[in-house]
Design a protein around this ligand. Structure first.
Ligand code: LIP
Length: 269
């Protein structure tokens, strides 16, 4: 299992993701096992920690020289050209509340570039996956991205940070955006929002202040499905701003987000 080809890494990402989703599926949240991280609303559960430990153990059992970056345990230096970027439960607040929109996200970097990824939703059993240049798939069907609609008919996904001040500024952006689009969806999991765009269930998605593990796999899946992607103002998509959309509304959406300062909500006004 030391083949670092994007195809082999995609197969491994699928296996890891689906195995981790089995660890999460059906687990009831013990309220006493829920704690917070960056703010009181940034939750983490014992299942998050156990699932990431399971992922780490499986990766090291099959590819012991690889590096790992995980939401809960941080970075583990490797000696190979591959690093795994994992989020054991993306959408933890949904998981705690018993809402179905959460997923395991596993991405593989090859020499620092994401070349393979999988996102598996334990509740629906759906596994979205892609490798660089290979297209994006769900249940064997190739994903072809969003509808070809103009911005005023587009349904756009977004999300909000855990910091109260950032959230207030993000709300101001959404308040302006809502009058320019058909509707907004806030589903609570960046990885599944990106996969929704890939599957044509959203016409676009944007979010500021994400973590790398939130979007690493989903962004590859969205772009391999044909979504246009941007970090706004000529920047590549990144933690500061991740935006994807279909061709029919991408240019108008990205320009509007720039005008509204959607990528500048992190900085105090
Ligand atoms: C979540 C993201 C979501 C964002 C939430 C949170 P987590 O990740 O997937 O898009 O809006 O604030 O960051 O914390 O559940 O792994």
């Amino acid at each position: 299992m030391d083949d670092p080809s994007p195809q082999a890494l995609e197969r491994h990402a699928i296996e890891l993701c689906e195995g981790a989703a089995d660890q999460v599926r059906g687990r009831l949240v013990d309220p006493h096992s829920v704690s917070s991280k960056s703010t009181v609303t940034d939750l983490v559960t014992e299942t998050d920690r156990r699932t990431e430990a399971w992922l780490t153990e499986r990766i090291l059992a099959t590819r012991p020289a690889d590096g790992i970056l995980g939401e809960e345990s941080g970075a583990r230096q490797g000696d190979s050209v591959v690093r795994w970027v994992v989020d054991p439960i993306d959408g933890t607040v949904n998981f705690v509340l018993g809402l179905p929109n959460y997923a395991v996200s596993v991405a593989a970097e090859l020499r620092g570039r994401i070349v393979a990824g999988a996102v598996c939703a334990p509740v629906t059993g759906e596994t979205f996956h892609a490798h660089l240049g290979g297209g994006a798939y769900l249940a064997g069907a190739r994903l072809t991205g969003p509808r070809d609609v103009p911005l005023d008919r587009a349904v756009i996904g977004t999300g909000f940070g855990y910091d109260r001040g950032v959230r207030a500024r993000q709300a101001a952006v959404v308040a302006e955006l809502l009058g320019q689009v058909a509707d907004i969806r806030r589903l609570g999991s960046a990885s599944l929002d990106l996969c929704a765009a890939a599957a044509g269930r959203l016409d676009g998605y944007f979010e500021a202040a994400l973590n790398y593990w939130d979007y690493a796999a989903g962004l590859l899946i969205a772009t391999e499905a044909g979504c246009l992607a941007s970090g706004l103002r000529g920047n590549p998509p990144a933690a500061a701003m991740t935006a994807v959309a279909g061709r029919g509304c991408a240019a108008a959406l990205f320009a509007l987000l720039e005008r509204l300062g959607a990528d500048r909500v992190i900085d105090e006004p």
